[in-house]
Design a protein around this ligand. Sequence first.
Ligand code: NAD
Length: 252
Amino acid sequence: MAEPLAGRRVVITGASSGIGSATARALAAAGAQLVLWDIDADGVHALAEALDSPRQRCVALAVDVRSDAEVAEALAQSIAALGGLDGAFNNAGIGAPTVPFEQLDESDFDQIMRVNLKGVWSCMRHQLRHMLAQGAGSIVNNASISGLVGLGGQAAYTASKHAVVGLTKAAAVEAAERGVRVNAICPGAVRTPILQHLEAAGITEDVLASMSPQARIAEPAEIAGAVMWLLSDQSTFATGAAIPVDGGWTAR
Ligand code: NAD
């Protein structure tokens, strides 16, 4: 079968674990050349080594998306390593303690916003500078169903993910006539370490499964297909979309 992303040069943030790691594997299998970013230097280097081959480059960079200077430098290094940039999956994100709205700590609120909102903004602005100049590119942001509906006990996370959807739509409108597409995916519950923040508050896998008409949570690889489609030429008329990949959670 033809590789749908053959030769495409893509950066993935938060690539060493969960959805990012599963997407890296899927994009590599689809023929993409990759630069994997993560704050977890050991994890991201181990994954890149496993995916790198003489035919297909896969490079790792230790990057903290909270730092705009680090992001700018890492993007320049990524473009140099791959000889260009066609796509990006801005996936790095963190969870938050599940607490009533009025008990949320200021430091927890700030931390969530620095990673989930400012980190995505920072990645997007450097990616957009490059893609707008070349008149082509596809950016995919990892939001959440919490970017579409409210999640009780998760005010800061919910706000950060609604903001990611906002960044996506604003950038998509600006970039649409200049050859660049910007979309968001909105996963439901996916089996990754981030769920520990919910489990600690008694929101177990069974509870999460009961929220979805499919009565289950997803495996990380089930999210990768949506990212692959949005990065590929099969989605050329899709921009500014926030697409649920949630087993039907937000359908009822
Ligand atoms: P995960 O914890 O497995 O992966 C998150 C990755 O981001 C980790 O590799 C981590 O090291 C990296 N990271 C964290 N802070 C970083 C920083 N400052 N700079 C660079 N990298 C950083 O969790 P996941 O579930 O795979 O999460 C990936 C994305 O998916 C997140 O944005 C999350 O909000 C979103 N999401 C997850 C779910 C779910 O149920 N798992 C649902 C909807 C959306």
